[in-house]
Design a protein around this ligand. Sequence first.
Ligand code: ZN
Length: 377
Amino acid sequence: MLPDIENLLRLQDADKEIRRLQDEIAELPKRVAVIEQRLAGTKTQLEKAQTAIKADEAARRKFDTAINDLRSKISKYRDQSLDVKTNEQYKALLHEIQFAEQEIAANEDKILELMVNADSRDKEVKAAQAELKAETAEIEKEKEQARQRTAEDEKLLAEWRAKRDQMRAGIDADLLRHYERVSKFRGSGISEVRDHKCMACQVMLRPQTYNEVRSGQQTVFCDSCQRILFFNPADELVDQKPEVHRPRRHHPKIDAPQAWYYRAEYADAGEVYICLTNAQGQASRRVYEIHTGRLIGDILIREGDYRQGFPEDITGAIRLNGNWKEEELDAWGTELPMVVLDSLQSDLDAARYEMSARTSTKHDTPATVTPTEQAAS
Ligand SMILES: [Zn+2]
């Protein structure tokens, strides 16, 4: 992995942490506001209960005054009754007195009603007061915690910002600008490549792009999302483990219409894969460099099947598993996809392992199928 990529990954972690802290700090005053709103609700409830008590008290005073007024009226009527001359006048006064007494009784009923109500109003006020007290204590605690958290977050934020500045200083300026521009719009500026895909945007990479990322020699950008791409060989090892431990190698068929071979030396090209395909009485040959998958030379076509056409290429070569349609080979053009290279490489590893195992146990188990084929005579 390029050092700049490693630095960018650390920078991305720092950026994420900084964003998280900033969000948390921004969130805290909102949390305090929600807490205070809850407290305001309880306060309003208490005020309402207290206002109701005051209104009741005022009403009671009004009824008491009315009763006193009525009583003084009655005593006035009684005084007058001593001086009346006629029976009619006396009856009229008596009637007034009875009416005032009824009024007094009605006012007394209302006072009684208020007194009964006062009990539940008292309870309401006491409950609201207790609630307010408990909530206030709890809210003060929560606010204190929020304050402490903010202070801690702000300290961490300052530390992360200092770390980030340090990290930025170690990264190529152009690459950093690209990373920051993409980060700003997409939330992240660097993405891992796995299974030929950019993990951030999930778009498949072209084989050449994938090979470039995998080689770890240069900086490569995702064509689709513009993030800087990197490849982590450790992730691939995990993926390939079951293949590495595959108990038995599947052997290629001797009469298959297509055969792949590995040669350690091929002209000036070094290690190559050779793909020989029979079709309509002719045999074609494609030669690829094993690390880059690049096609070497032109596609060669000869009469007959490949054993007759290309005996010199088969002799001493290691036969590998591999079968792709010629249309597919044509579609790949001058470069094998990484997935094909991987498949051939792991089969080559398995064939080599098989050969070394066979050599060490030669006397016990004679080889039945040898991966090194001789040209058919
Ligand atoms: Zn992408």
